[in-house]
Design a protein around this ligand. Structure first.
Ligand SMILES: [Zn+2]
Length: 395
C-alpha cells in the first residue's frame, strides 16, 4: 500500500508540473497577441436611428457607441476618449444632423486602427405605416373589360376606397405590364384620368414586374432588363393615370435583384425597397441579395441604409394574405415593444387573393386589411408613402 501511495503522489506531482508547463507557454503566447481588431458593433453602418435609440437632448440625439478593441489600446470615438472594460469599449455621442460619420480610433503597442461607419438620424420620425399591395394586374384587366363608368365600380378599388374613407389609409399598388392572357397595359383606357387624379392623395401605382411569371424574374436578370421593364410600365402609368399617381417602385417582384441594379433603380427615383429578409434552409431570401450580416440585421430592424446605392431597405412586417384575421394583431402588437421595430409598420399583401377565381382566394381578405389598418390607426401610426420624405416621414 505504501509503495503505491508514494508512486501516486509522485505521479500527481509530475502531472501538476506537466500541466503548469503546458499552460505557461500558451499563456505567454496569448499575452503577446494584439487582441481583437477594432470594431464598432453598435450602431451598425447604415443604421437608421430615431428617438427610440437614444435620448433627445437639446435638439440632438444622444446615442451610445460600443464595440471591441485590443485590451490595452486607448480608444476614442469622434475624438472623445471611450470607456474600456476588457476588450469592449463604449462612448456617448451626440447626433446633430441627418447623417453622421462615427470614427473609432484605437492606439496601442501594435499601432493604430480606425473604424469608420455612417448612420442616419431620422430626426423628425413619427410612428407611421405604409400599405403596399403587390402583384396587381387583375383589376386593370377587369376595368378594361367591363368598361365601368367609374374605377370604383371594380369591387377591389371600391374596397380599398372604403378602407381609405374609414382609416385615411393610403395604398400603393405595384403592377404588372401584362396578365399573360392577352391583356397588356396599353389596352387600359385613359378616360379615368380625372378619377386617378382626384384620388392620388391615397392611391398610387408603381412598377412591380413585367408579369407574374416566371418567378424571381430579376434575381439573375441584367439590370438593363429590369430598368427596361420598369420604364415600360412607368410610361403606361403616366399615360393612363398621370404623373400625380405614379410612384417609383418600393417592392420589386420576389424582392430579388442583382446588386448592380440598385444604382440604376436609385436613378429611377427608388429610395426604399421592402423585403422579407427571412432565412430558409440557412439561406437569406427575399432580401435583394444583400449579404448575410445585413439580411440578419434587417430581419429584426425596421430599416437599413445602403450608402453605396442610396437606397434604404425596409422590413415587411406582415403579409396579410398569409395571416388570419385573429392573428393580425398578435403579429403586429409585439413589434411595438421593440425599439428597433416599433416606429415603422411596413404592411403588405398581394392582389390575387382578393379574386374569387384565384386558387388561393381569401374571402376575408378585406377583413384582414381592415383589422391591420384599424390596429395601426388606433395605435397612432400615420399613413405614408415611402417615396415621400424619408421613409414616408418628414425630413
Ligand atoms: Zn410580387
Amino acid at each position: 500500500m505504501k509503495t503505491t501511495t508514494a508512486t501516486r503522489r509522485q505521479f500527481l506531482q509530475a502531472a501538476t508540473a506537466g500541466a503548469a508547463a503546458a499552460v505557461v507557454p500558451g499563456w505567454k503566447k496569448a499575452y503577446g497577441q494584439p487582441g481583437p481588431a477594432l470594431r464598432i458593433e453598435e450602431p451598425v453602418h447604415g443604421a437608421v436611428l430615431n428617438r427610440r435609440h437614444g435620448q433627445t437632448v437639446d435638439g440632438s440625439l444622444k446615442i451610445r457607441v460600443s464595440g471591441e478593441a485590443p485590451v490595452r489600446d486607448a480608444v476614442t470615438v469622434n475624438g472623445a476618449p471611450a470607456q474600456r472594460a476588457g476588450t469592449s469599449f463604449g462612448a456617448e455621442l451626440m447626433l446633430r444632423r441627418k447623417e453622421t460619420e462615427i470614427v473609432a480610433l484605437a492606439q496601442g503597442s501594435f499601432g493604430r486602427q480606425e473604424h469608420r461607419i455612417r448612420v442616419l438620424w431620422d430626426q423628425h420620425s413619427q410612428p407611421r405605416y405604409r400599405f403596399s399591395i403587390d402583384d396587381n394586374s387583375f383589376f386593370l384587366r377587369d376595368i378594361t373589360q367591363k368598361k365601368y363608368a367609374s374605377l370604383f365600380d371594380c369591387f377591389y378599388l371600391k374596397g380599398l376606397r372604403e378602407l381609405h374613407s374609414k382609416y385615411g389609409a393610403r395604398f400603393v399598388l405595384n403592377i404588372y405590364y401584362t396578365t399573360d392572357d392577352g391583356f397588356e397595359l396599353p389596352q387600359f383606357p385613359d378616360r379615368y384620368q380625372g378619377e386617378w387624379r382626384d384620388n392620388a392623395d391615397w392611391l398610387r401605382l408603381a412598377f412591380h414586374a413585367h408579369a407574374n411569371l416566371p418567378d424571381r424574374p430579376y434575381q439573375y436578370a441584367a439590370p438593363a432588363k429590369l430598368i427596361a421593364d420598369l420604364d415600360q410600365v412607368a410610361e403606361q402609368i403616366l399615360r393612363f393615370a398621370g404623373e400625380q399617381t405614379y410612384t417609383p417602385p418600393t417592392v420589386i417582384h420576389w424582392g430579388m435583384v442583382q446588386p448592380p441594379a440598385l444604382k440604376p433603380l436609385y436613378q429611377r427615383g427608388v429610395r426604399v425597397l421592402s423585403g422579407f429578409f427571412t432565412q430558409s434552409n440557412g439561406i437569406w431570401d427575399v432580401n435583394y441579395l444583400l449579404d448575410d450580416t445585413r439580411s440578419e440585421y434587417l430581419s429584426r430592424h425596421d430599416a437599413l441604409m445602403d450608402f453605396d446605392s442610396g437606397i434604404v431597405f425596409s422590413k415587411v412586417d406582415i403579409v396579410c394574405n398569409n395571416v388570419s384575421v385573429d392573428k393580425i394583431v398578435p403579429t403586429l402588437e409585439p413589434l411595438t415593444k421593440d425599439p428597433n421595430q416599433a416606429e415603422i409598420m411596413d404592411l403588405f399583401t398581394h392582389e390575387q387573393y382578393f379574386w374569387p377565381f384565384y386558387v388561393n382566394y381569401r374571402p376575408d381578405h378585406f377583413q384582414r386589411l381592415d383589422t391591420a389598418l384599424r390596429w395601426a390607426t388606433e395605435n397612432g401610426y400615420k399613413p405614408v408613402f415611402y417615396h415621400e420624405g424619408f421613409l414616408g416621414g418628414p425630413v
